[in-house]
Design a protein around this ligand. Sequence first.
Ligand SMILES: Nc1ncnc2c1ncn2[C@@H]1O[C@H](COP(=O)(O)OP(=O)(O)O)[C@@H](O)[C@H]1O
Ligand SMILES: [Mg+2]
Length: 416
Amino acid sequence: MKVLVIGSGGREHAIVHKLRKDDRGLELYAAPGNAGIQLLATCVPIQVDDLEGLLKFALEEGIDLTIVGPELPLVLGIVDIFEAKGLRIFGPNKMAAQFEGSKDFTKAFLMKHKIPTAKSETHTKLDEALRALDRFDLPVVIKADGLAAGKGVVIAQSKKEASDAVTDMMANQVFGDAGSKVVIEEFLSGIEASILCFVDGHSIVPMQPAQDYKKALDGDEGLNTGGMGTYSPSKVIDEAMMSKIQRDILDPFILGIKQDNINFKGILFVGIMINGDAINVLEYNVRMGDPETEVTLIRLENSLLDIIEAVETETLKDIKLTWSSSHAVCVIMASGGYPEAYEKGKKISGLKEASDTFIFHCGTKMLSGDIVTNGGRVLGITSIGRTLEEAREKAYDGVAEISFEKACFRGDIALF
Ligand SMILES: Nc1ncnc2c1ncn2[C@@H]1O[C@H](COP(=O)(O)OP(=O)(O)O)[C@@H](O)[C@H]1O
Ligand SMILES: [Mg+2]
């Protein structure tokens, strides 16, 4: 069986690694992949937004199943294009991918189906958006409606910051078209978590939750990043909370998509804010998170292909997910300067996997025989252990072996 994985990050490396672990006989391909994925799969230099190129490759190569890692091709409608040609592809179609492609689409859905979420207004006219700010307390949250590579949300502490953000998005188009519509939202405090789920249109099955660390620096200081580390299972979400999430947030999602005729098949990532008893949805994503995937798939005992098949045949309710009793910790090594400007092309040394430690490549490439940095987040050093402490120690032992110029990482992943 030939399987193509679309993407080039740690998430896709973890997916390829899991597929390879499940079934040694698979013929794996990745587009475009990276220097780590290359050791497990044949990488083809096709970019994730080149839908025609990907389709042509899948048809010519006789790919049996395509798994889409990142959101961009999903939002652009890759699933519809592949399915129109009779190809199997895992992920939501263009209509359903709006849960990530449009924050306004999601807010309207959440409110219609009474799923708890922060109070908000959506605006398409600058003057009306500026006036709307008066109706919100500070801090206030300003969100560009469309995809903005994780940079489209501003938490404004002052009136001026809020009106600047609205003006930048709507008039100065700093996020292009993505900011022509803005969502202005009430600020929620609390602890953030994300729940990743498999969805077949009728059932929604959550994976064991992972906890992530979004800030660049120790002690949750510094700028927001794509994620500097994760651990699983989460200490924040216990079984009682998970049942509440299922009842108040996940089950109503299924009822809502059925009522609205949205055919959602794939992965739903539910970002939530927990404050005591109150659990609010912050956003939906329509794919796995990175680096949540690294610590999640490594503990999943079912075959990923079995689950994907159950999603396709709408028999997810018959699948029971089973998880290793181990703990997993992922520490991201990033390029100095990230999430702001950073340099690429730094030679990486010390890349040697130890037992129970896996080095997932997030942003790397081969350059004349060397593996070099090729992104802000470079590697996700992921370890498993009998306890969280053991996993954490092994992951940091792994980090200590690896070096590249200006490498940086947090020292407190899985400590709190
Ligand atoms: N209403 C809110 N209250 C407080 N913080 C928020 C709110 N909405 C978003 N955030 C913060 O901003 C981050 C990014 O927002 P999110 O809606 O997840 O958009 P995206 O991931 O597309 O940038 C969240 O992870 C959270 O930390
Ligand atoms: Mg988010």
